[in-house]
Design a protein around this ligand. Sequence first.
Ligand code: SF4
Ligand code: SF4
Ligand code: SF4
Length: 836
Amino acid sequence: MEQAELRRWEARCTQEEPPRCRAACPLHVDVKEFCTRMAEEKYDQAWATLCRTMPLPRVLARICDGPCRSACIRGQAGGSIELPALEHVCAQRATRQPRILPAPSRGKKAAVLGCDLAGLAAAWDMTRKGIAVTIYTDTPPADALDGLHIPPAAADSIDSMLQQELDTMRRLGAEIQEHTEITSGLAAGCLEECGAVFITPRAYDRLMAGLPEPDPLTLGTATHGVFAAPPLPCSVTEGASPVAAAAQGRRAATSVARLHEGASLVAGREREGVFESTLFTSLEKVQPAPPVPVPAGGYDATQARNEAARCLRCECMECVRHCVFLQEYGSYPKQYARRIYNNESIVMGTRQANTMINSCMQCGLCATLCPNGFDMGALCAEARQSMVRRGKMPPSAHDFALRDMEFANGEHCTLARHAPDTQASGWVFFPGCQLAASDPDSIPRTWEWLRRHLPPSCGTAQNQGVGLMLRCCGAPAQWSGRNELTAGTVAALKQDWENLGSPVIIAACPSCAVMLRSHLPQADVTGLWEIMDSLTDSRPDILQPATADGHPAVVLHDPCGTREDAPMRQAVRSLLERYGIAVHEPELTAETTECCGFGGLAAEANAALGKKITEGRALRLGAPPAQGKTAEAAPSGTDLQADAVTYCAMCRDRLAAHGKRTAHLLDILLPAQADAPAIAAAPLPSAQEEPVAGTLPADCCAQGFSAAARHAPSLSARHENRARLREYLLTSCWDEAPAASGPQAALEIRYTAQAAARMEERRILDADVRKVLLHSRDNRWLQDTRSPQGHRLASLRPVVVTYWVEFTRHDENTFTVHNVWSHRMHVRTVNGRTPS
Ligand code: SF4
Ligand code: SF4
Ligand code: SF4
C-alpha cells in the first residue's frame, strides 16, 4: 500500500475527529475527558484536564461563555451540556493545582502591548513556549477583564482569581510594565528589541488606526513581526466572549513562536480556532434528558455529577460496536489501516497484523454501518492480495479451505449436464459446494422440483430443461487473496456454463450468487428463492405445508452475502409468509445482518475468533446463553426462543453447531420424504451432544422441522458428501456405473471420539488418515513407531502438511484410530525410521 493510499483509507474513518463541543471550543478543551471525570466526581483530575488547555484556568473556568453549547450533540436529545457551569464548579471544588512549569528558555523575546485577556493569554502561552515576554500597559492589570461578560456566579471571586493567575504568570517569568503609555514609538522600540510584538484588542484602535486589518489566520500585520487582534464584537448587555478573547491571545502566541523558529506562519493552522467536526455520533439509542437547571449560585456536587453524566462521550465506533472482529483487535478502522500499512512496510521480522488481516469476514457490515462507507473488508481483501503477490501470505491461513475448494472442483465432485432426456438447458441449477457438503440429499429433490415446475419455454431451443452444475464458485480463492486462482476457477466454471449453452443460473447459495454476478457478468444469475417465490406466487399448492395445524414462528438469519441483495431477502420472507410461517427479525437483520464467521475464511485463519463470532451471532439469534452469561435482549415483538431459519448451508451448519437450532429454508420448503434415498455420509463418531429441544417439532413428518436440530456434518463428511452426491446423480439420473473405489476405501476405520474431535479441530480428513494408513501398510509398516500406550504411530506428508496417526491395527485392513495431528515441519527419517 502506498502512503497516499493509506491516507485515503484513513480519511474515511472519522473516529479520531474531536467531538463537536471540542471543535467548537476556541481553546479545544477536552470536554469528553472533562465530563467523564466530573461524572465520577474526580474534581482534581477534571481540573487537570482543563488546565492542560486553558490559559489562566482559574479565571477562564469561571467566566467561559461556552460557545461549545451550540454545537453539543446532546442538544438534539434533551439539551446541550451546561459546560460553563460544570467548569465553574470544578474550579471551585478542585483541591490540587497542577504544577505549571515554564518551558526552557529559547533566548527569544516578545512584547505584548496592552493588558486585557487576549494579552494575558498570549503572554501565558508564550512563557510556556520558552519565550521571555513583557506586557506593557497603561491600565491596571486588575482591569484586564473589563468589557468581557462575567457571569453573576463568578462576580465575587473573579478579582482574586485574576490576581492569583497574574502571580502565576510572574512566577513563570512574564514581566508586567505598568503605567506605560502605549504609542507607536513604544511598538517600534519593542519590535527592534524583541523581534515580535503583539498588539492587543485594548491597544488596537490606538496603534492600528488607518492600517489594513491583520490576517485572520496568523494575526500578522503589514509589518513583519507585528501581530494584532482587533476588538471582538461586544453585545451591550453581555460583553465580549472571554474564551474568544483568550483564543486571540493563543493565536498570537503561536504566530510569535513560529516566527522565532523560522517556521511557516500559515501551515497546518486551519483547525486552530473553531471548526466543524465530522465525527459521527449515533443518537439512535439515546434517551432524551433535559439539562440539570443551573441555580444562581452554580451547581452543587450532585447536580454537577448528574449534568456531566448526560454527556454522551461522543465517538463513532458504529462499525466496531457490531463487529466482533473489529472488537477483537481493540481499536478502529483508521488505526487498523495504519497497522496494515506498517505490516506491509516490514522487510524482515514479524508481521504482527497478518492474523488480523486474515480474520476479517469481508462481510460488508462495517461499510453499511459507517457513515463514510469505510469498508474494512475491502481493505483486508487488498492487503491479502498484496501479501499473496509478495509471497508473504502464511500458507497455513487458507490451506485447508483451498484444498477443500480444489476437491470440490475436482473430478470426483464436479458435474455439468443437461437434465436427463433433454439436449439443452434454458436454466441451470447451481447449488454450490457447501449445500452439497452440508445436505447433499436436498439437491436432487430441489433440482427435481425445479424441473417439474419451471416452464420449458424459457429459451429458444427445443426440448430445453433445467441443467445441473456441481462445483465451487471460487469464493475461497477470492477470500484468500489469490487472484490468479480465482480467475482460473471462474474460467473453468465459465467453460462448463458455456458448454451448457449459457443458461440462466439459479444459485441456491447467496455467496455463490455474489461471486457469479461479479465474475461472470455476462451470465443471467438469479437466486433459487426468487424462482421459488415467483413460481409459488400463482400456484401456492406446489409447496405443500408440512402439517395441518400451521407452523411455529422462526427467527430469520439473513446470510451476509444477501446484504446487497434485497430481492433475495424479500423473496425468502415472501416464501415464509406464503407458507404460513411468522418471521421474527433479530436486531441485526437484512442489510445489517451479521456474518456467521465463515465469510472471508475468517474461521479458517483464526479458529478461536471464528468460534467467538458464531457463538455471538447464535446468542443474538436466541441461543441459550452459556453458564454465567446473560441472554440477549430481543427487539420488541421478537421471540428469540423460536428456532432459526436461514438460506445458506454454511450459516446453518455453523449456527447449529454453536448452540442455535437452525433449519435451512429447503428443509422447510422442500422437506425430505421418509422414503428418499440417503446420500449423505454417515457421521464419524464424535463427541457431539444430543440435539437440544426447540420450537420446530421434531416428530413432524416433514424432516425440515427436525432439521433445525441436525448436527453439522464433520469436515470429512462434508468432503465425502460432495463425491457421494455426484455418484448418486450419475447412477440414478444417467444410469452410469459407479466409479471403482480406490484401495483406501477397503480400509475399515473406527475413530475414537477424541480422534474425531481432533480431526475437526486440526482440519484433518478421513481421506488424509486413510492415505497415511495405506502408505504405512504398503511400506510394510516399516516406518511406524510406538506411542507410550503401545499404539502404532505412522506419518505421511502428502502435501505441505505432515499427518500423524496413532492407531491400533486389528488386521491388514481394520484399524482403530486413537489420535491424529498435523504440522508443517518436515521430519526427516533416519534409516527409514522416524527419530523418537
Ligand atoms: S455530548 Fe459531550 S462529548 Fe458530545 S458534544 Fe456534547 S459535551 Fe461534547
Ligand atoms: S468482519 Fe465484516 S463488519 Fe467486520 S470488519 Fe470485516 S467486513 Fe467489516
Ligand atoms: S463507522 Fe467505523 S470506520 Fe466509520 S467512521 Fe466510525 S469508527 Fe470509523
